[in-house]
Write a protein that binds this ligand. Structure first.
Ligand code: DI6
Ligand code: FE
Length: 421
């Protein structure tokens, strides 16, 4: 696994010794290397492999050695679908659902996403940052080094830009890579009641061009659903995104089958997300376009869905599966990506290896970042996590337990004030 271009590492390299590696780079289950070493040069992985194979020239240049004490190193975790910037809480809505109301009923009565829109519009930038930061910190504490953050609780130009600005600030303040997505077509804002086509015009002709001009997002997303936007409206959003050079993602087939996955695949989408109701036709279209399936077991669990995403169909058509928290106040109020591993196995019957690939290699692909992150390989970013576990399946097996020992991002050990566990 050494790479020719990294044969002569710069002085100051760091070495992790006495570790096992779950590279997730193929070759065998988990891309496993037992009794391995990993060398970091600058912000990149310089070399990794079996301890016995470590080249002499690396040995002489190592400045610092960390003893992994027999733990496991995985790639830094990737949470590829979150709505973690928002204001307020929806605990009352949770109570209403326990009294019998459904998620869709609450949304139709002006609650749901709209109530978070109202709270978020009222929050200034400082308050929005202060409310969102603890959610990001919780993810970092479990080894997340890359996180996607969507807008979509502002819906007007000013508040959408504020959300995206807070997302950017979070990425500057915390040791994590933030990937921002513009989700203007998330819900119909109250001032556009009965005029959803006009709202889509605002998204396409005013807000999205401004978001793109200010480089505040790298992708767009939409909620294609009977309580969201129609396939025609969604397509308008995609057409504009394509013109502006933004990548495409879609909340598709969460509550019904509107053939969103097929539509998104036709536009070369990076991912189609949720997918409980996707048909084989949709899965085939995703396979043909290389669109990643992002499954969100937290939302499935919290909404007490019964229809499973078609894991076997996705496997059969070789559609890569990513997993994510969907961290949001209404349908998935979780900040634990490790818990999603367990839920993917218990609820969706995915294997622990598939689940771990879902928050590393395939999470990276869902963000178009597979060249840089998602696996442990020489030349990639040195984003990785050292865990106090005796086999990789333990990450998925335990519930509510965090065996994290160290997080390294861009070659630097993240300070314990971020990850104290
Ligand atoms: N689907 C979801 O699961 C989240 N957004 C979406 O389009 C839920 C957002 C919320 O209920 O606040
Ligand atoms: Fe979502």
């Amino acid at each position: 696994m050494s790479s020719a271009k990294n044969k002569f590492p710069a002085k100051g390299d760091c070495l992790w010794l006495n570790v096992n590696l779950a590279t997730m780079a193929g070759g065998n289950p988990y891309g496993m290397v037992k009794d391995g070493v990993l060398v970091v040069g600058g912000s990149k992985i310089a070399w990794l492999g079996k301890r016995a194979d470590l080249p002499e020239d690396f040995k002489s240049r190592i400045e610092k050695t960390y003893d992994g004490q027999g733990g496991w190193i995985t790639p830094g975790l990737v949470d590829c679908h979150t709505h973690l910037v928002y204001a307020g809480s929806r605990a009352r809505e949770f109570e209403l659902r326990l009294e019998g109301a459904t998620y869709e009923e609450i949304a139709r009565q002006g609650g749901g996403i709209r109530s978070t829109v109202s709270d978020t519009r009222q929050a200034d930038e400082q308050s929005l940052f202060a409310q969102s930061a603890p959610r990001l910190q919780a993810l970092i504490q479990e080894g997340v080094t890359t996180v996607e953050i969507k807008s979509g609780y502002g819906l007007d130009l000013e508040t959408e830009l504020r959300m995206l600005h807070v997302a950017r600030q979070l990425g500057e303040k915390y040791p994590v890579t933030v990937v921002p997505t513009y989700l203007g077509a998330h819900a119909l804002p109250p001032e556009f009641e009965g005029r959803s086509d006009e709202y889509i015009d605002l998204v396409c002709n005013s807000v999205m061009p401004e978001v793109a001009a200010q480089k505040m997002a790298v992708a767009v997303d939409a909620f294609c659903e009977n309580i969201g936007f129609t396939p025609d409206q969604t397509e308008k959003v995609f057409q504009k995104a394509q013109k502006l050079g933004l990548a495409i993602k879609l909340h598709a087939e969460q509550l019904s089958d509107l053939k969103g996955a097929k539509l998104a695949s036709g536009y070369g989408a990076l991912s189609a997300d949720h997918l409980e109701h996707v048909s084989e036709e949709g899965v085939k279209a995703m396979a043909a376009s290389g669109t990643i399936a992002v499954l969100l077991p937290g939302a499935f669990y919290f909404l007490r869905e019964t229809r499973l995403p078609p894991i076997d169909l996705l496997r059969r058509h070789k559609v890569p599966i990513a997993l994510s928290t969907d961290c949001n106040p209404g349908s998935s109020p979780t900040t634990s990506l490790l818990l999603m591993l367990n839920m993917a196995c218990t609820l969706f019957r995915m294997t622990p290896e598939e689940a771990l690939a879902g928050i590393t290699r395939n999470g990276a692909r869902a963000l178009g970042l597979e060249e840089r992150i998602g696996t442990l390989e020489a030349g990639k970013d040195a984003d990785f996590v050292l865990w106090d576990i005796s086999e990789p399946a333990e990450l998925a097996y335990r519930i509510g337990f965090n065996p994290l020992k160290q997080v390294i991002r861009h070659g630097k050990l993240i300070s314990y004030s971020y990850v104290s566990v």
